[in-house]
Structure formats: structure tokens, C-alpha cells
Design a protein around this ligand. Structure first.
Ligand code: AKG
Ligand code: FE2
Length: 363
């Protein structure tokens, strides 16, 4: 049976042995058949969530000059501000404005010849403290809790896939090297039908934890037959989804699910705060062969085929390290940044420049 709604999983079940087993069975179903789930009763402080949500409109309301001072084109690490209408998904302009942040590190690209994806590590661009006092500290505290949850969740996913709780740890760097990414997103309201807030795509890593930070709908996911299913905001929950890297290392057992956001109708913008959990940027995914129990593989068999989709992002895991695949994704999404900082990769993916792409409604 194909899904017509995204399942809700109750994280508080994990607190007792019987509940833990129940949660793992529900998670197995969600990973194999859906690729998306809501997580309720999670351990992230509701006060910190409310604070993070309260900063989003204030951040976008900063004077344009303050936002431009932290523009992403300043940063070879793809951190900072992207004004409305500068980001592409599969060659079509997205209708959103955003700030990108990541776990902060010194840049790991030291000299020519070092892997290019080592330039993804680097400092963030933060707004001046006096313009939005407390934001950096409060948002950092929120992110740390989401990161901790994401790592616990990886362990639960490993159990659900029959690998045991440590079955996925080999894909992660030690904590001092891990770089996770996050965005604060604003989708302005738009008239017209099916305006592309962000186009159909997959996420890259093992999992994404998304906070829908306003009441507006717009997020949709594609089920097995290719129909778009709404994922409306449910207060008190996160949306968790599987990315392409987990799908790759599990040979399709866990489903990465194509999703998109349609611009909200009416007057109010939609805000969201995704947290993209990365694995090691140096990981070569083909070097790890995971063995799954036959009874779990039978569930993949029972799922049947997934209809073809127009989302074909992140296809190079068989030849490139994870970080390089990540970098290629960033180049395609942010060609203006790539043109300045990665001219050779830019040239490869945009041999005719990117000026020809235009606004298009999605069908
Ligand atoms: O804004 C959302 O709800 C989803 C955003 C998303 O899918 C992404 O940025 O990868
Ligand atoms: Fe996404």
C-alpha cells in the first residue's frame, strides 16, 4: 500500500524497552516505505524551539545592507545570506530567501592539491550581535540539541535496518571534524499555482531534521507512485527525512524521498529551519558494504518499485567522496558562489553560464 500521509512517530517510546522495540518497528516501516516521518515528543527544549522560531522573521527583517554584508558569495564555504531568487534547483530559480550556517571549523583546504571539498569547512557569517542580540547563542544552543538528536536517531535507524545500534557509526568523523549544515528559510507568499519555493530534490546526507516554523503549508513529498503528498506543519513535531547517502549505502533499503515546497498562498510567508546532518566529508561510500538480515531485505522486496522522478540530485557517490558530491550539489544550487570560488567546477556544470535559467511554475 502506497502512503497518502507521512507517519507520526512518538520519540518518548524510546524511553522504555517495550516502547523502544515498538519505535524501531515503526521506524523500519517509515525508512523503507516512506522516507519521511514526523517526530513528536522529542527531547529538544520547546523554549529553545520557540526562540529559534522567533528569530526567523527578525533575521529577514534586518536592513538589506546588513544582510548583503553576509552574502554567500563572500564565502567559499557556502555560508551566509542568499537573497530572494538566487538559488536554483535543477536549473529552475527557487522563490525563497535564506541564511546558511554550519558547524564552525577552520578551513581544511590548506594548499593547492588538497581535495577541493576541504574548502567546505570554514567559518560562518553571522549578523552583527547588536542587530539581533542573542541570536547566535540561542540558535547555537538549539542546533546543538538537534545535532544530538540526529546522532541518536542514526543509531535508531541502524537498529531499524537490522545493523545494531552502532551499525552506521563508521560513516561519521570524530565530533571535532563533523560539519553539519542548517538553513533559515523564508518563502514569500505568491499568487498563482504551483510556484516553486524550492524545486523537487533529495537531501544529501543520512537524515535531515526540519522544523516548520510557521503555520503555512507548502512542503510536499512524492510517494512511490509519484503523487505529491502534503506534509502540513504539526506544532511540537519535527519532520525527519532520509537523504541520498543513506539510500546509497543501504542499496535502496532506506528510501530517500523526493520533496518540494510550493510558495504559500495568501499574505503570510512560510518559514522553515532544516538541519542537514552530514556524514564524514571524506567518506567513500563504496568502501563500506553493509549486510542486512534477510527478513528486512524482504520488506524492500515487498515495497516494490519506486516510480521514476525528476529529482536526480547527488548521483556521484560511486566515484566521489561524500564531500565532493556535497560540493557539486552546492555548485549547482549556488552558481554565483561557484563562479567566484570554484571556477573550474562551475565551468563543468554551467558551460554556457547560468543567465538563461528562468522562473518557471512546476506542474
Ligand atoms: O522548507 C522546507 O520545508 C524544506 C526545505 C528543503 O527541503 C531543503 O532546503 O532541502
Ligand atoms: Fe530538502
Amino acid at each position: 500500500m502506497d502512503f497518502t500521509a507521512v507517519p507520526i512517530l512518538d520519540y518518548s517510546l524510546v524511553g522504555t524497552p517495550a516502547g523502544h522495540s515498538k519505535f524501531v518497528i515503526q521506524l523500519r516501516h517509515a525508512l523503507i516505505n516512506v522516507g519521511f516521518l514526523y517526530l513528536s515528543n522529542h527531547p529538544v527544549s520547546q523554549d529553545d524551539i520557540d526562540l529559534a522560531i522567533s528569530y526567523a522573521p527578525r533575521l529577514f527583517a534586518l536592513p538589506q545592507g546588513a544582510k548583503d554584508a553576509m552574502k554567500m558569495t563572500n564565502s567559499p564555504h557556502f555560508m551566509g545570506y542568499s537573497k530572494f531568487g538566487t538559488e536554483f534547483t535543477k536549473g529552475v530559480l527557487d522563490q525563497r530567501e535564506q541564511f546558511d550556517f554550519a558547524t564552525e571549523h577552520a578551513c581544511r583546504w590548506i594548499k593547492p592539491g588538497d581535495p577541493e571539498h576541504h574548502r567546505l569547512w570554514g567559518p560562518c557569517q553571522w549578523p552583527e550581535e547588536k542587530l539581533i542580540p542573542g541570536f547566535r547563542e540561542d540558535y547555537g544552543r538549539y542546533l546543538k540539541q538537534v545535532e544530538d538528536l540526529s546522532l541518536k536517531f542514526s543509531s535508531l535507524m541502524a537498529e531499524a535496518l537490522g545493523l545494531g545500534p552502532d551499525g552506521l557509526t563508521k560513516f561519521y568523523d570524530p565530533p571535532e571534524l563533523m560539519q553539519h549544515r542548517t538553513k533559515i528559510l523564508k518563502y514569500p507568499a505568491a499568487d498563482g499555482s504551483n510556484i516553486q519555493g524550492v524545486g523537487p530534490h533529495y537531501d544529501i546526507g543520512f537524515l535531515t531534521i526540519l522544523l516548520q516554523a510557521s503555520g503555512q503549508t507548502g512542503l510536499q513529498v512524492q510517494n512511490l507512485t509519484g503523487e505529491w503528498v502534503d506534509v502540513p506543519p504539526i506544532p511540537g513535531t519535527f519532520v525527519v527525512n532520509i537523504g541520498r547517502a543513506l539510500e546509497f549505502v543501504t542499496r535502496g533499503l532506506a528510501r530517500a524521498t523526493s520533496h518540494r515546497v510550493l510558495s504559500p498562498k495568501g499574505n503570510a510567508p512560510r518559514y522553515s529551519l532544516p538541519f542537514f546532518q552530514n556524514i564524514s566529508l571524506d567518506a567513500k561510500l563504496t568502501e563500506h558494504n553493509l549486510e542486512f538480515p534477510a527478513k528486512i531485505l524482504a520488506l524492500q522486496e515487498a515495497r516494490g518499485k519506486i516510480s521514476p522522478t525528476e529529482s536526480m540530485n547527488f548521483t556521484q557517490f560511486d566515484t566521489e567522496p561524500y564531500g565532493k558530491v556535497h560540493l557539486i550539489g552546492r555548485v549547482k544550487s549556488h552558481p554565483d558562489v561557484a563562479q567566484l570560488h570554484y571556477p573550474e567546477i562551475f565551468e563543468k556544470y554551467f558551460p554556457c553560464g547560468y543567465g538563461g535559467f528562468s522562473k518557471k511554475a512546476v506542474p
